[in-house]
Design a protein around this ligand. Structure first.
Ligand code: SF4
Length: 292
């Protein structure tokens, strides 16, 4: 079966050596069992380097260096494992990242600066399109497909984001709590953190202010991304309400953090990227944020 994606992500291409914040820095990457076995049995000269860069304790993973870099990320920003063994020898996480997968669809996580740039620069309506990827699964329409489709249509309309958010929340029977800057700041500072730089972004958080027309479009795109990524996890109305509120809470936090910066496009790119890596890629943080 062909799986779908957001039209914005159709032309995604990893920036590899040109990436400023490579996803091969800052976290330990776990290796799936099958790939681990193939690395342990690799007969070429590269096999020795491979084995000396992997630890099996507590589960197989690449041992990052003192600068938190993957041991195979070379000084040109390229992957030595791909260069020596080929892309088809990557483990599952390295093959998939920064993609997220829902039943029958994929998208690109905003922790990747290229995915964040595509969302920021999307000027037209976003649609669901064929990703060009074949999958052997059979997928049925997910439980709240019709509700999500209505929300997507609303987000593609020209109304102010505030009105669009309210309409989507109404569809889901959800309510967003009052924005209390200090309370939210305290909550965010209490979460697990990956990058200390996120703290200085949080310190600048402001009450959300009026958006410019181009910001209205960008943050509607960001809401589209969160609804696409999370609503398929809803199995009942309570979930739908929780995930929808989470999507707009996330957008509101991103706006608040961005408005505390110099508001350049590189600031927005950083805020999107860091929000995603700090919150979306920590199971603990995202669970807390969803039930906030
Ligand atoms: S963050 Fe994105 S663009 Fe950068 S190396 Fe990873 S996948 Fe490529």
């Amino acid at each position: 079966m062909r799986i779908t994606t957001l039209s914005t992500f159709r032309d995604f291409k990893c920036k590899a050596g040109d990436c400023r914040h490579s996803c091969c820095i800052g976290w330990e990457i776990d290796i799936d069992e099958e790939t681990y076995k193939s690395y342990m049995a690799e007969p070429s000269e590269f096999g020795d380097r491979l084995r000396s860069s992997i630890s099996a304790d507590p589960c197989p993973h690449f041992v990052i260096d003192e600068n938190d870099r993957c041991p195979f990320l070379n000084s040109s920003g390229l992957c030595d494992l791909i260069l020596n063994l080929g892309e088809d020898r990557l483990c599952d996480i390295c093959t998939d990242h920064p993609r997220y997968r829902n039943p029958g669809e994929i998208g690109m996580g905003l922790c990747c600066e290229e995915a964040a740039r595509l969302i920021m620069e999307e000027k037209g309506p976003i649609s669901i399109v064929d990703s060009g990827i074949e999958d052997d699964g059979e997928y049925e329409e997910f439980f709240f497909e019709k509700e999500r489709k209505k929300m997507f249509d609303i987000l593609n309309s020209a109304e102010p984001l505030e009105k669009k958010a309210q309409k989507c929340l109404d569809i889901a029977g959800a309510k967003l709590e009052e924005f209390k800057r200090d309370e939210l700041y305290g909550f965010l500072m209490g979460l697990e953190r990956l990058d200390p730089a996120w703290e200085s972004y949080l310190a600048g958080m402001t009450e959300p202010q009026k958006l410019t027309p181009s910001e209205e479009k960008i943050f509607s795109n960001v809401a589209f991304y969160f609804l696409h990524r999370y609503l398929t996890q809803s199995v009942d109305e309570e979930d739908l309400s929780l995930f929808t509120a989470f999507a707009f809470r996330a957008v509101r936090i991103i706006i608040s953090v961005f408005q505390g910066t110099k508001k350049r496009s590189e600031d927005l790119l950083d805020v999107l990227r860091m929000f995603s890596s700090e919150i979306e890629y920590s199971d603990e943080n995202i669970d807390k944020m969803i039930i906030y």
